[in-house]
Design a protein around this ligand. Sequence first.
Ligand code: AHR
Length: 312
Amino acid sequence: GTAAALMISTTAAMAEGETVGFAQIGSESGWRAAETTLTKQQAEERGIDLRFSDAQQKQENQIAAIRSFVAQGVDAILLAPVVATGWDSVLEEAQEAEIPVVLLDRQVDSSDDLYLTAVGSDLVHEGEVAGEWLVNAVGDEECRIVELQGTTGSTPAIDRKTGFENAIEGHDNLEIVRSQTGDFTRAQGKEVMESFLQAENGGKDICALYAHNDDMAVGAIQAIKEAGLAPGDDILIVSIDAVPDIFKAMADGEANATVELTPNMAGPAFDALEAYWADGTMPEKFIQTESKLYTQENDPMGEYETRKDLGY
Ligand code: AHR
């Protein structure tokens, strides 16, 4: 109604003309690219002037970007921190300049006084959902699992590992036999999977792959096919993100399950910033997004189309 419309236009007017620096990690995965696209869309819709920096996966580049945003006197900074440690000094510099920082999708191990809020999912829970799916899928069968970890030292890699291990604990028929980083990329997912296959009797001794993101799973699917095995059947595949390509693989029977991470972290982040700019409203320290499990039974082609329409 009119009241709602009025409220929307007031909020929009508040963000209008504000400048926000976005210290993004890079474009290591389809999910990351979608997060960038949606952040730009959200900024544009709200009349926010977004300054974008791609750090090519390097923390030093992210730190340099934040320093440059501080020097430019932006009204806020979005930071998707590549790893958890090493942020104290630069976050203190932003705080001294009175520029609020909002963390997107990954966490830092700094004091939470150093940022306004963090938008993200419960990363341990994501790992648990993936692990519970596998526990149910294998039943009483013996299952030797290989794991592709995300970027070493990043909270999604640390927490998704913990969550998965929580879920399989006490199920002695399930065991992680190999675990290595694939840095969240398709290329490294494929490469590391090739070495797993080689070490495990050409893949015949592997029952399942748990990948910390879909892109690594997609790379691994390629490696499994090249080894002459059927991904999704000979080797069960569960991963995290819910990007279009994993739905395609699920539709083809080559992947089994994924846990969704929304790429729209900027929506809740800008909502929090708009309220803060308007009257100093302090958001909660953690704004949690949902995690949902999808399997081959959940209309993968429909999910594929929906995400393509969203701008993935
Ligand atoms: O921090 C979120 C993770 O980063 C996504 O799951 C992964 O695809 C991305 O690289």
